[in-house]
Design a protein around this ligand. Structure first.
Ligand code: SF4
Length: 331
């Protein structure tokens, strides 16, 4: 049968072949060499996996039961590395990074040495006990906020993130707006993150951003700076969902089908490096979650940080990377 298809539609066979390829092989069809980093613009630091929520799409599998937390020694190492290597941006993630008691000292020290600080916030954390002054803390330090809001309706968000999470998120965004966030200023950036609510790829980011802008303004008088549309990575809790519902193979096929070589230049792993709560280094947060270490020959921990080696390292990739190169990209 293949001879018949190849005579009529040569493109079909080429596509079949590309679906069989792993990520490394796919890269070599459009590049002369494997993926390499092109610098370190940001240090992305995971302060721990503990979170006040347990969202269905979470690739970290965070939740209130998680105990992993970065301690003071690694916090000091992070500051040392930022300072010695003049890394411009500190990107703080978790779990809910605010739950780590070293979060605030880390932000303040990074600001003191001139870094731009980004924090990934789930928005509901502002209403937990002990977080009463968190809004003012963010505002005082001009921390850029990247906040998860998987959709602009209560029903969808509460299904993914838990009952009551949508209204808390809305209240948090309104309060941040009142403090000057999301008003298109240089200092108080407020960006939102959209994730698809199932095994499908996000629509075009600019279209989604326009939709969010209209709906949030109309219903809640909320403004924000940008919206990022992220593909759900086939790892962690989302991978378990795909396997449980028999959708895993089909989802991977969708990601491979949507391979877009134009996403390669902007991949997170080529511009940042990820630091785990225990000080281990990874090419990105996703590799950290599946325990995929840096390739042999590169420093393993923040203590052994070597800027030259790491800024030019070859990236460790695997098939989950198809999530970053599908469609318009995801990092
Ligand atoms: S998963 Fe990580 S290593 Fe793979 S392409 Fe995405 S950012 Fe790069």
């Amino acid at each position: 049968m293949d001879w018949y298809i190849s005579a009529l539609q040569p493109g079909i066979l080429a596509k079949r072949e590309s679906l069989k390829m792993n990520f490394k092989e796919r890269i070599l069809t459009v590049h002369t060499e494997p993926l390499y980093a092109v610098g370190i613009d940001a240090l992305q630091v995971n302060l721990g996996y503990k979170c006040n929520m347990a969202c269905k799409h979470c690739h970290v599998q965070s939740g209130p039961h998680r105990k992993e937390m970065m301690g003071p020694q690694n916090i000091e190492e992070v500051i040392r590395v930022l300072k010695e290597n003049r890394i411009k941006t500190l990107d703080i993630t978790g779990g809910a990074p605010e739950l780590n008691s070293w979060f605030r000292p880390l932000v303040e020290q990074a600001k003191y040495i001139g870094c731009h600080v980004i924090a990934r916030s789930n928005l509901t954390i502002f209403f937990e006990d002990g977080m009463e002054d968190l809004f003012e803390f963010y505002s005082r330090n001009n921390v850029e906020i990247i906040a998860s809001l998987p959709w602009y309706s209560k029903e969808s968000v509460d299904i993914i993130r838990g009952n009551g999470s949508f209204l808390k998120s809305i209240h948090a965004l309104q309060k941040l707006n009142s403090l000057g966030y999301g008003q298109d200023t240089r200092l108080k950036k407020l960006n939102l993150v959209y994730n698809p609510g199932g095994a499908f790829l996000p629509a075009v980011q600019s279209a989604l951003e326009g939709e969010y802008r209209i709906e949030l303004e109309k219903k809640f008088a909320i403004s924000f700076d940008s919206l990022y549309a992220f593909t759900n990575m086939p790892i962690g809790r989302f991978r378990e969902f795909l396997i449980r519902t028999g959708k895993f193979d089909n989802y991977i096929k969708k990601l491979k089908d949507a391979f877009n070589p134009e996403t390669l230049s902007g991949l997170m792993c080529r511009h940042t490096i990820s630091v785990g709560w225990d000080g281990k280094l990874y090419d990105c947060d996703f590799n950290q979650m599946i325990g995929l270490s840096l390739l042999d020959g590169y420093p393993r921990t923040i203590k052994d940080f070597d800027h030259h080696l790491l800024a030019n390292r070859q990236v460790a990739v695997d098939d989950h990377c198809h999530g970053c190169t599908a469609g318009h990209g995801s990092t």
